[in-house]
Design a protein around this ligand. Structure first.
Ligand SMILES: [Zn+2]
Length: 385
């Protein structure tokens, strides 16, 4: 017998309700589930049998009984499926495999040439993911969703879908869509990393959080109610293009004096080289600061002050509960973070500043791919049935 679409949808909804209740109340019995879900006992039993067969649920042992046959408690099996977060960056490709409780089961990172191709990266990712899934005694069929973090910003269409990507990112995403055949969600690497920072730093979903990420360039993400506020067309977050009052340095956007020209990692390295220092990497810069090089320290200090200016303006405008500074540049520690705090305290409106916590992000996992996995988990409602 072929089920009608409406019956299938109803059964799917009932199935999701049952799984949600078991996750909320581990050890719940079939009878308790029927009562809570307001479904017939026979309906619940049939759904539970299917979910047990597909290893979505497990029997958690007999519950205490006041007589008659003891009821069997049920628990959710977070390893019944996986979501994958990937990060496509200029120089590094990363992937995180998460179970359905959001735990990172395995991570993969690889340095790549700047001129990587989508097919090469797609093949590399699927090959390594297949190997990881085999180790987990699983397969591509257990992958329920993919989150993809790409260099931002990522534009949104009027209906909320993502604008078509261009270039090799687009080829890589198409390749993964074809190979893995599951829903794939795209957002900027800054937004994905912000989702990871929210989780790893245990920030309240009730808070308005501004995440400033300092990498090659500076971008920001605004999170309210646990959701990213992308703004019109998803193009919010350009903290790095706020213009400084007295700066004349040319920015890649065509303007002069953007914060990116002073505070981004690329800018700090360029400014150091312009001052005669041999600095190629962030590690070089941090070493010079730590060994007492006054020129390097001054460049990093001015970088912190310029970012502090942008954050102070943002705090005045938005009154966030938390400003979280993250990204590779936080490795410069107090040489960079001290001037940020100092400038914000001087320039932000006292009331707004006093109610705002300024914290430094820390993630054990690769934040872009971990956040992409978390987003995929949030948006995925399927179970392996
Ligand atoms: Zn600019």
């Amino acid at each position: 017998m072929v089920s009608s679409p409406s019956f299938t949808a109803m059964r799917r909804r009932n199935c999701q309700d049952v799984v949600r209740l078991v996750r909320q109340q581990p050890g719940i019995s079939r009878a308790e589930l029927a009562k809570e879900a307001q479904l017939a006992k026979a309906t619940v039993s049939a759904i539970v049998d299917d979910l047990l067969q597909n290893a979505v649920l497990r029997e958690a042992g007999a519950k205490a009984s006041s007589g008659g046959r003891p009821a069997v408690g049920l628990s959710f099996n977070p390893s019944c499926g996986y979501v994958i977060g990937i990060c496509l960056d200029d120089t590094e490709i990363a992937a995180s495999v998460l179970d359905l409780d959001g735990r990172v089961i395995t991570e993969l990172r690889a340095q790549v040439d700047k001129d990587w191709t989508g097919v090469d990266v797609g093949s590399f990712l699927t090959g390594n993911l297949d190997a990881a899934l085999t180790k987990l005694r699983s397969s591509r069929a257990s992958v329920l969703g993919i989150g993809a973090a790409v260099p931002g910003p990522v534009g949104l269409n009027a209906d909320g879908t993502t604008e078509e990507l261009i270039g090799e990112c687009r080829t890589a995403i198409q390749f993964l869509r074809q190979q893995l055949a599951c829903p794939l969600f795209i957002d900027s690497n800054t937004n994905m990393a912000a989702v990871a920072e929210m989780t790893e730093n245990h920030l309240s979903k009730l808070d308005l959080v501004l995440v400033a990420r300092v990498g090659h360039k500076i971008r920001s993400a605004l999170i309210a109610g646990g959701d990213i506020l992308g703004g019109s067309g998803g193009r919010g977050g350009e903290l790095g293009h706020i213009r400084l009052p007295h700066c004349k340095l040319a920015c890649s956007c065509g303007a002069v004096g953007c914060i990116n020209t002073v505070s981004s990692l690329d800018a700090m390295i360029v400014l150091c080289n312009g001052a005669g220092l041999k600095v190629n990497t962030l590690d070089d810069l941090v070493s010079m600061c730590k060994s007492g090089n006054q020129t390097a320290r001054q460049i990093v200090k001015e970088a912190g002050e310029a970012l502090g200016y942008g954050l102070a303006m943002s705090i005045n405008l938005l009154a966030p509960h938390v400003v979280l500074v993250s990204g590779p540049a936080i490795a410069a520690e107090e040489f960079f973070l001290g001037p940020i705090r100092e400038t914000v305290s001087q320039l932000a409106l006292a009331d707004n500043f006093n109610k705002c916590r300024i914290i430094v992000g820390s993630t054990v996992h690769k934040p872009e791919s971990y956040g992409a996995g978390l987003l995929a988990l949030k948006k995925t409602t399927a179970f392996p049935t």
